[in-house]
Every structure is written in C-alpha cells, then in structure tokens.
Design a binder for this molecule. Structure first.
Ligand code: IPM
Ligand code: MG
Length: 370
C-alpha cells in the first residue's frame, strides 16, 4: 500500500483559519466515501507565527512544508502587524515558502460561475462563460532580484532599489507550464511584458517565442505589452485563454482578472515547483483573497476559494481529477441552489455563514456520490 498523502495546513491570519477549517470536512468526506486518506499536519504562518514564535515562518514549519506532498495556506497579514520591521512582516512568511519550495509557476484561474455572472461590475455579455488562466512567474523578477534595499545617500536623502531580473531558464520553465496548460485548454497563450521599455522584457519575449517554436508549434502564441493586457482584460477578456507573465505584472493582472468574476471569494490558486526525480512536485495552494481582517472570526467568510484550491490540489498534486470534478460540481450546484455567503449575496438568495456553506458542500457531495 502506498503511504498516506501528507498535507500541511497553514491557516495563517484573519479569515484563514475559518476557511481552511472547511477543507477538513471535505478531507473527512473523501476518507469516508472515496477511501483516500490524508495525514494532515497543521502549522503557523504570517502574523500568527510571529505572535507565537517571533518569526513569520519558523525553520521547523519550513521543513514541514518541504516534506509535505502539498501545502494548503489560508491567508497572511493584517493591520495588527503592519508596524513590524520588513523582515518580520506576515507576507515574508509566504514569500519564504514560495522561494524555498521553488514554486515558480503560479496558476490563477479566473472563472465566471454561471450562477454569479451578474455579480461582475462588467456587462454580463462581456464576462459570461469566462474561463482564463493566468500563469504568473513566482520566484524571480523584482520580488527577489538583487541588489535591493533602502540606502541613505551622502546628502542625507534616501534611495530605494529593486531589481527586475530574469534568466533564460527562469523564463522557459514558467512558459513551459503555460504551454502545457494551453494544450489541455483552448490552445492559446498570450505572453505579457514590457519589451518596449525593459531589457528583461525583450529577453522574456524572445525566450517564450523560441520555446513555442521549438516545442509547442500547435499552441498559438501572441505577445502583448502588460499595460495593453491590463486594458484588454476589461475590454474583451474572452480573447484570452492562458496568459503567462512575470511576477510583478502577474500580481497586478491576476487581481484584475479576479475582479472580472465579481467574486474574489471564489478564486483559487496553485503554486507549483519542478517535478523531481521521484515524480513528485512541490506545491502550495491558496485562495487569492487576502486575510480580510474586518470580517475575521465572525463565520462570515466565503470558504469556496479555499475549497476550489483544495480541488486544484486533488487535480495537480494527487492526480485525483475525478474527486476534483466532484467537488467543483458540488460547489456549482450549491450556488445554483441559491446559497450565498455575504460577499456574493444577491437579491432573492439565501445568505449563509462560512460553516453552513461548508456543510452544504458536503451534503451535496453525498447526494452526487449517491
Ligand atoms: C499575492 C499577494 C502577495 C504578492 C503578497 C501578500 C506578498 O498580493 O499573492 O498576489 O504580492 O505576491
Ligand atoms: Mg497580489
């Protein structure tokens, strides 16, 4: 018998603990009804880790993350920790996980659910049926480039520096993920950079094109300046299938794409590393929404982005596509049935809490699995 699958749960801050708690229900359901068990270990990250240990991520938790088959993170950050020195801030915990797990490919799907299509601020016909995948480079670029820092100049004024830097290898490995995804989707990749201003953008464009020509001739590749891409995303988002871009542009474009769906509380993400010799791929899954400190601890948060992140985990880390489909279908049906958390509430629908939403998903899973 193969070993149990190991899952490290890092609930983090704000609404993180509430939304990740709902995943345990689904894990229990899968153990009971689908006979697949997960060993769950829990750890601290972000402000919660700082409060307990004085660090936004301890070496022990880092080691647990490297050992686990997959990591599920809730959210990090909040006003309570805003005054901390830069290196102690909650976000540093997340960035350390990304860097040390070498999670270079961040997959952020922006999907408009039929039941929620009119929640978007854009016109229904612009967003209905939308299904795009943003692949964001996650361990390079200006987020990690050296030199970086704030220095005081001779005249007493200060200078802040960050460096945008990419190597061919870093560009190719994330572009490869985008092309492989496109092959299973509509077969189109749009690569976004600022080749009109930045040398790193020129290199990005050349390397993505080279890889496409050499290995993915059947995938249609277009290039777009990142600012134009931001504009096209609100003008005509359906023109896109997969968008591949660097760390900073991806941060911005993925927030924009998320909002097209009208419901940040619905959007999952997967951050993937390379496949190792044993066929194992490091991976971290997290909802795109943040820690939402204003509603934390009130049983109001929407757990669906976290449950959808868990579905991505089933699909990408555990090859359990069938179970992922079951979970995604259950979510569709519960929404179609009219249940809504506060963030996606619409007239005539039933407003429910975090835990009632989680229970409803499990009830629906039971029905589907007969
Ligand atoms: C995200 C977030 C993070 C980022 C923050 C919390 C460091 O905005 O995951 O998009 O900038 O990458
Ligand atoms: Mg962001």
């Amino acid at each position: 018998m193969p070993d149990n699958k190991t899952l490290l749960l890092l609930p983090g801050d704000g609404i993180g603990p509430e939304v990740t708690a709902e995943v345990r229900r689904v894990v229990d359901w899968i153990a009971k009804r689908r006979s697949v068990s997960f060993d769950i270990k829990e750890g601290l990250v972000g402000g919660a880790a700082y409060d307990a240990d004085g660090e936004p991520l301890t070496d022990e938790t880092m080691a647990d993350a490297l050992d686990a088959d997959a990591v599920l993170l809730g959210a990090v950050g909040g006003p309570k920790w805003e005054g901390l020195p830069f290196e102690k801030q909650p976000e540093r915990g997340l960035l350390r996980l990304r860097k040390e797990m070498e999670l270079f490919a961040n997959l952020r799907p922006a999907v408009v659910f039929d039941a929620l299509a009119d929640a978007s601020t854009l016109k229904l016909e612009v967003v209905q049926g939308l299904d795009i995948m943003i692949v964001r480079e996650l361990t390079g670029g200006v987020y990690f480039g050296e030199p970086r820092g704030i220095e005081t100049l001779a005249d007493g004024s200060r200078r802040g520096v960050n460096t945008q830097v990419y190597t061919t290898g870093e560009i190719q490995r994330v572009a490869r993920v985008a092309f492989e995804l496109a092959k299973k989707r509509a077969g189109r990749v749009c690569s976004a950079e600022k080749a009109n201003v930045m040398e790193s953008g020129v290199l990005w464009r050349e390397e993505v094109q080279k890889l496409r020509d050499a290995e993915f001739p059947d995938v249609e590749l277009t290039h777009m300046y990142a600012d134009n891409c931001a504009m096209q995303l609100v003008r005509d988002p359906q023109q896109f299938d997969v968008i591949v871009t660097d760390n900073l542009f991806g941060d911005i474009l993925s927030d924009e794409a998320a909002m097209l769906t009208g419901s940040l509380g619905m959007l999952p993400s997967a951050s993937l590393g390379a496949v190792d010799a044993a066929g194992r791929r490091r991976a971290l899954y997290e909802p795109v929404h943040g820690s939402a400190p204003d509603i934390a601890g009130k049983n109001l948060a929407n757990p669906l982005a976290t449950l959808l992140s868990f579905a991505m985990m089933l699909r990408y880390s555990f090859d359990m596509g069938e179970d992922a489909n079951l979970l995604e279908d259950a979510i569709q049906r519960v929404l179609a049935g009219g249940l809504r958390t506060a963030d996606i509430m619409q007239p005539g629908k039933a407003r429910v809490s975090t835990s009632v939403m989680g229970e409803a998903i499990v009830t629906e899973l039971d029905k589907q699995a007969g």
